[in-house]
Design a protein around this ligand. Structure first.
Ligand code: NAD
Ligand code: MG
Length: 393
């Protein structure tokens, strides 16, 4: 029986993970669930999955959860980052699903790496902001790192993998990272000035949390994924091609030196990559509809439009600068939150990122403290840019 900690249990990744876990009660047990503030959702999850621990982001949320779970005494409710660190590092936890959104997920994911867990990584922002530190922690802790993000999961599936989960890259010429293009594919930058959060979150293929949905609409997500692929597969950015594939059926490809290109195909349903990681190197049923290629009909590919979606070009520049992606990711989080709150325009997101990258003194952070400090400075600079832009709205 694998005992699993699901971080970000109330989110889209958390929900998909718990769905797969519940299909295999003989194999998997959700032992720890964590969430930030969504007490009611967490109470519902605790009633159906009966974890040993439920950890909320703060004391107030934990108190409310305790009250809601009065009749479920087997669930111990706790609060805060320190408790979560302790629980994910505990010897009776085998697997940690990193499903928290944003930089907030870095600390518990690092703890899981240092304590040698199998990490199912969805939280790309943690890896992108602290890649060097994170990969070193995985190595030092002898952790097994399995990518949940559908593109990186596809790459993992198309590569030879050693028994500790590490990919063998020696015959690889290129990684082909696919992008759906998001809900605004084909539109000009000018036409995007007035799009609403609702339109930006209406992804044509995937159902996801709000932040990553906006990232998909701006293509910032593909910039984050470029950095994610560089760290996970030890590549330089120019060894990764980005191709728009609107159907989201080919989830990414590997081109080998003999000209062979291997692709992983599947429905756009995160339960497939999650089930792959949970069962690896075995396979289990994910509850996903079989892929019907005749119904799908066609697979199209085109180049990304960097003029309409400057966030991807900004990421391609930032990735070559020390600490650049930490600043990119922090500025993007601030800008996306402001866009979702209605205080800046969709097209302000890249403006905020660009000016934050220009104004922050960049350097490669060498410790967790240094990463947190760089993230914080970038947030402050981005927030003042947001304030300036919103006053002009
Ligand atoms: P979501 O918004 O649906 O869920 C986020 C979860 O994180 C929630 O459980 C929330 O309570 C928790 N959380 C948020 N802030 C927190 C904080 N400060 N402290 C502790 N917990 C906090 O997001 P999601 O769509 O599930 O995405 C989660 C991560 O997975 C993101 O990094 C995203 O990029 C990545 N990812 C998601 C998908 C997808 O299909 N949703 C696909 C690939 C990668
Ligand atoms: Mg992805």
């Amino acid at each position: 029986m694998r005992r699993i900690a699901v971080l970000g249990a109330t989110g889209s990744i958390g929900e998909s993970t718990l769905d797969v876990i519940a299909r295999h009660p003989d194999r998997y047990q959700a032992a720890v669930l964590s969430a930030n503030k969504s007490v009611e959702d967490m109470a519902t999850l605790c009633r159906s999955h009966r974890p040993q621990y439920a950890v909320m982001g703060d004391e107030a949320a934990a108190d409310a959860l305790k009250a809601a779970l009065e009749n479920v005494p087997e669930v111990t409710v706790a609060a805060g980052a320190a408790v979560l660190d302790e629980l994910v590092s505990a010897p009776d936890i085998d697997t940690v699903v990193a499903g928290i959104v944003g930089f907030a997920g870095l600390r518990p994911t690092l703890s899981a790496a240092r304590s040698g867990k199998t990490i199912l990584l969805a939280n790309k922002e943690a890896l992108v902001s602290a890649g060097g530190l994170f990969m070193e922690a995985v190595k030092q802790g002898s952790a097994t790192l399995l990518p949940v993000d559908s593109e990186h999961n596809a790459m993992h599936q198309c590569l030879p993998i050693d028994p500790s989960g590490r990919p063998e890259m020696s015959n690889v010429e290129k990684i082909v990272l696919t992008a759906s293009g998001g809900p605004f594919r084909g539109r000009s930058r000018q036409s995007l000035d007035k799009v609403t959060p609702e339109e930006a979150c209406a992804h044509p293929n995937w159902s996801m949390g709000q932040k990553i949905s906006v990232d998909s609409a701006t293509l910032a997500n593909k910039g984050l994924e470029l950095a994610e692929a560089c760290w996970l597969f030890d590549r330089k950015p120019d060894e990764i091609d980005i191709v728009v594939h609107p159907q989201s059926i080919v989830h990414s490809m590997i081109r080998y030196r003999d000209g062979s290109v291997l692709a992983q195909l599947g429905q756009p349903d995160m339960r497939t990559p999650i089930a792959y990681c949970l069962a690896w190197p075995d396979r289990v049923d994910a509850g996903v509809e079989p892929l019907d290629l005749v119904t799908a009909g066609r697979l199209d590919f085109e180049a990304p439009d960097l003029d309409a979606f400057p966030c991807l070009a900004l990421a391609q520049q930032a990735i070559t600068r020390p600490g650049g992606m930490c600043v990119f990711s922090a500025a993007n989080e601030i800008a996306v939150a402001a866009f979702l709150a209605g205080t800046v325009r969709f097209t302000d997101i890249d403006r905020v990122i660009e000016s934050t990258l220009a104004d922050v003194n960049l350097s490669e952070p060498q410790s967790l403290d240094a990463v947190q400090a760089l993230d914080q400075v970038a947030r402050e600079v981005a927030s003042s840019r947001v304030a300036a832009l919103s006053s002009g709205l």
